[in-house]
Structures are given as structure tokens and as C-alpha cells.
Ligand binder design. Structure first.
Ligand SMILES: *Cc1c(COP(=O)(O)O)cnc(C)c1O
Length: 370
């Protein structure tokens, strides 16, 4: 049995399924790939994959082959895309575990071809093209050479063309249109291939530039209940946050005026102050950047962080609270009473995005699934 920690991340699989259904509806005829890399953005890859599969999801995306094999070995039957490439030596695993490779160089295609021939099977590869992210993928000038290579290599079939948007979270930017026009040029160049699945849209593309959905969309952050630009939905309850993070009060103490709190005494009390000590620190993914600026919910009210967030502990001000005691529930992410703290709230304070907050909190705490 796992010995329980004070801190617990709760994953609401029903909310995840609801988000999936909503996004699937928004993406219309396009197929839906659920991005579950990074342990499903901190939400638990296997549990999320199973919940999504039972809601009807048939395509999954991870970063590395290792994650894909773990998924397949755990009984996921849908298509699994390994998005960022692989070591040539690992090529046979794509055949053995029926995993879809995303490729961008000739060497890995040769390795896949050899593996396919060996196993007397065909592998469908998706070719990654760079339309302005300047990350993985080939340029337009390389497409003909790559197509020739795929045609000549036995056992390989071109199953898809994939790209990725750098700015689709920004509805005001025209970069996405420029990227998409380039993608359309790749489409023209490959129009002779009958079975190609074209895909470029992430959550931003799916939600804000729906004409870019093509044959398949790849959604990550929106599945977990957040908008890629950190907006609060016009329609509350549209996408539902899936993760919450709770702890409990360890100790409550009275400090006199003039007391320094936590390392470096970056906070000094200006009055007699009641402090609650919490068993949460940066080791638990609760960033040190939240020092003197984060807030938590106790008894339905906001309590501000005082002083620096330590490795395993932090302190909050509960002077204004009538009665707070050791053992009281504390919400660090999620809702309590009528108030809530979102990953976007924490991200703004930390100078980052909800994605990183969810990964940090989710992947550093015990998770419970409901
Ligand atoms: C992470 C990722 C996505 C999903 O992006 P979101 O903004 O989370 O929807 C889609 N495609 C690729 C290649 C990715 O790396």
C-alpha cells in the first residue's frame, strides 16, 4: 500500500471525458488525437488513456517511443503516435507494438523499412514538415527527396503529413495563416498519395482557427480543461479543469509584529499575525516563484503566502480567519466554497503557462482518480 502523503492531486476523469466530447464536437469531421505526453500533462497517462478510450477516443499521441510502448503494453488498442522521433536501433518496436512513427529524416525511415521487411509487414509513417515552428520537420525544398525515399523503401507507406503551429494560441496573430498556407503547399505536393492524413492543429488551432483542422486535430491542454492562451471561458463550464491539488494545515501559530517569516525573512509581520504552516513546497511542484504572491483557499477564503516557499513547507496568513486549525483542508489548485484557483492563475504569478504548472504539480504528487 502506498503510504499517503499530506498532499494529493485529484484527477476528475469524468471532466476529462466531457472535455473530449466537447472538443470532438468542435473538430467536426476531423479525427481526434488526444495528446497524452508528459504523463498526460501531469494527469496520469495510463488512467487518462483508459478513460478517453472508454469515451470513444481512438488515437493517442506521446512524445517518445518509450511512452508509446507503455501505453500499448497496458492494453490501449487505439492508434498511438510517437511524435518526436527515435533511435534507429529501436525501429523494430514500431512493428512489434503497432506504433505510428512520425519521421523527419532518411536514416530513421531506412531503419523502419528494414524492420518492416524483417517482420513482413507494412509501416505507415507520418512525415513531419516544418511550416514555421522551426522545430522538427523537413522544409518544402526537401519534400520531393523524402517522397522518393518513402516510395523506394520497401515496407514503408506514407500515412500522413504532420506539422505544428507556433502561435495558434494568439487569435490576433497572422502567423497561423502563414503557417497554414505553407502547409497547403505540402498538401499540393503530396496530393497524388491517396491515403494521407493531414494534421497540424493543436488546441489553439482547433479552438481558434477551425479551418485548419484538416483530417485530424491533436489536442492537449484543452483536454485537461484549459485554453492555450490562458483565457477564462466566456461560457463557464465549457471546458472543465481536470486537476485539483489539496493539502491540509500542519500547524497554526501566532506571531508578534516584526517577526520575519521563512528563509531570508523576505516577509516581516506588520501586525500581530496568525500563520498556518502547510506541508507543500517546491519539491511538490508548488513553485518557489509563488513566494509572497501565491494564494490558497482555506474554509472558502483566500490566504496569501507569506515569505519564501520552502522545499517541503510554506506559510500562509490566516489572521483574518476566525477559526483555522491543524487538519483543515487547503486548496492550492481547484475550488473550495465559491472561489477557485486555476492553473492559469498560478502560471501568471510564476511567469509561465498552465501546461508547466499542471506538469509540475501533477508529476510530483500522489494522484487519486475519480
Ligand atoms: C504538445 C503538442 C500538441 C498539443 O498541444 P496543445 O497546445 O496542448 O493542444 C500537438 N502537437 C504536437 C506536435 C505537440 O507537441
Amino acid at each position: 500500500m502506498e503510504i499517503p502523503s499530506f498532499n494529493r492531486v485529484t484527477i476528475d476523469l469524468k471532466a476529462l471525458q466531457q472535455n473530449f466530447r466537447l472538443l470532438q464536437k468542435k473538430s467536426k469531421e476531423a479525427a481526434f488525437l488526444a495528446m497524452i505526453k508528459a504523463d498526460a500533462y501531469g494527469h496520469g497517462m495510463l488512467e487518462c488513456a483508459k478513460a478517453l478510450e472508454s469515451a470513444g477516443c481512438q488515437i493517442f499521441g506521446v512524445a517518445e517511443l518509450r511512452e508509446a510502448i507503455l501505453l500499448r503494453s497496458s492494453g490501449i488498442r487505439g492508434a498511438i503516435f510517437a511524435m518526436i522521433g527515435f533511435d534507429s536501433a529501436a525501429a523494430p518496436a514500431f512493428v512489434d507494438y503497432d506504433i505510428t512513427p512520425v519521421v523527419y529524416d532518411q536514416l530513421s525511415m531506412e531503419a523502419l523499412s528494414a524492420a518492416a521487411v524483417q517482420a513482413k509487414k507494412e509501416i505507415q509513417v507520418h512525415l513531419k514538415v516544418d511550416t514555421g515552428m522551426s522545430r522538427l520537420g523537413i522544409s518544402l525544398s526537401e519534400i520531393d527527396t523524402m517522397l522518393d525515399a518513402i516510395t523506394q523503401l520497401p515496407g514503408l507507406e506514407l500515412g500522413g503529413i504532420a506539422s505544428h503551429f507556433p502561435c495558434a494560441d494568439d487569435t490576433q496573430s497572422d502567423v497561423t495563416e502563414t503557417n497554414f498556407s505553407l502547409f497547403e503547399q505540402f498538401m499540393e505536393k503530396t496530393s497524388a498519395y491517396p491515403k494521407i492524413v493531414y494534421h497540424i492543429a493543436n488546441s489553439g488551432g482547433t479552438l481558434y482557427f477551425s479551418h485548419t483542422s484538416c483530417d485530424m486535430v491533436r489536442c492537449g491542454i484543452s483536454l485537461y480543461g484549459y485554453y492555450p492562451d490562458g483565457r477564462t471561458p466566456d461560457n463557464p463550464g465549457e471546458l472543465l479543469p481536470v486537476m485539483s491539488f489539496k493539502t491540509k494545515v500542519l500547524q497554526v501559530k501566532e506571531l508578534p509584529k516584526g517577526a520575519g517569516v521563512s528563509y531570508g525573512h523576505t516577509f516581516v509581520t506588520k501586525r500581530q499575525t496568525k500563520i498556518a504552516v502547510l506541508p507543500v513546497g517546491y519539491e511538490d511542484g508548488y513553485s518557489r516563484k509563488l513566494s509572497n504572491c501565491g494564494e490558497v483557499l482555506i474554509r472558502g477564503k483566500r490566504a496569501p503566502i507569506r515569505g519564501r516557499v520552502c522545499m517541503n513547507l510554506c506559510m500562509v496568513d490566516v489572521t483574518e480567519f476566525e477559526d483555522v486549525e491543524a487538519g483543515d483542508e487547503v486548496v492550492l489548485l481547484g475550488s473550495q466554497g465559491n472561489d477557485s484557483i486555476t492553473a492559469d492563475d498560478l502560471a501568471r504569478l510564476c511567469g509561465t503557462i498552465s501546461y508547466e504548472i499542471l506538469c509540475m504539480i501533477g508529476n510530483n504528487n500522489q494522484r487519486a482518480f475519480i
